[in-house]
Design a binder for this molecule. Structure first.
Ligand SMILES: [Zn+2]
Length: 245
């Protein structure tokens, strides 16, 4: 059986990290986020990690070529032998194409791509309404989970703080930047056999169930050649009817 790659896509605030962590635990696969991967490579002093370290020390950004090296190193480790869940990579069309080439080289199944789709206004309220307790770190939201008394934590009476970069304007800019960068990426996966759009407006537990069901549905497939197409058509008809909504 070829090992499976699972890719989680979704806007900032869509809950990708949480969902990736839970799915990884459930299916016994490593959860690989871009930030963790980069930190690990630097810490382990791998060739790509050393290159990245040099650039970070010089105050520069880590370019795609170096990130590609880090991804390849990470996905070649033994814990990825049976599959893995990617969170935050790929982020651009170029990165998606690189990943396809790498997965082919590693003789893996075509990846499952899940897009956690959340209404933009909901994402903005989640982020802009967010309040954090200055004492215990409890999290509130002026729209969805207001404290009993304005500005005061229910648990320990601490003052509630609103992060300055959580204002609506900044959040809208962040969302717009995400959309511009990843819309082409989602289009790239949308027309592939194993794409699934997840309703991310639901509660986290309901989102998790959608993700797990999709992974489980595709876990048994011994995919190759014609089987791949047939399986894809079955999936399209059954599950993805609302994905363009
Ligand atoms: Zn508190």
């Amino acid at each position: 059986m070829k090992p499976r790659a699972v890719i989680l896509l979704g806007a900032p605030g869509a809950g990708k990290g949480t969902q990736a962590r839970q799915a990884a635990q459930r299916f016994g696969m490593p959860h690989i986020s871009t930030g963790d991967m980069l930190r690990e490579a630097v810490k382990r002093g791998t060739p790509a990690g050393k290159a990245a370290q040099g650039l970070i020390d010089a105050g520069g950004l880590v370019p795609d070529e170096v990130v590609y090296g880090i991804v390849e190193e990470r996905l070649s480790l033994p814990d990825c032998a049976k599959g893995f869940i990617l969170d935050g990579f790929p982020r651009t069309l170029a990165q998606a194409r690189f990943l396809d080439r790498l997965l082919e080289k590693q003789n893996r199944w075509e990846p499952l791509a899940l897009n956690i789709q959340v209404d933009q206004e909901l994402l903005i309220k989640r982020a802009a309404g967010r309040l954090t307790c200055s004492l215990g770190g409890e999290i509130y939201n002026t729209y969805f989970k207001p404290p009993k008394k304005e500005g005061v934590c229910d648990v320990d009476g601490g003052a509630l703080i609103h992060r300055s970069d959580d204002n609506e304007e900044t959040i809208r800019q962040r969302q717009a930047a995400y959309q511009k960068q990843t819309e082409p990426l989602i289009d790239y996966y949308r027309h592939r056999p194993y794409f699934h759009s997840v309703d991310g407006n639901a509660e986290p537990e309901a989102i998790a169930r959608q993700i797990w069901a999709f992974i489980e549905d595709h876990d048994h497939l011994q995919v190759s050649g014609g089987d791949r197409t047939a399986a894809a058509q079955r999936t399209d008809g059954k599950r993805d009817s609302g994905r363009d909504a």
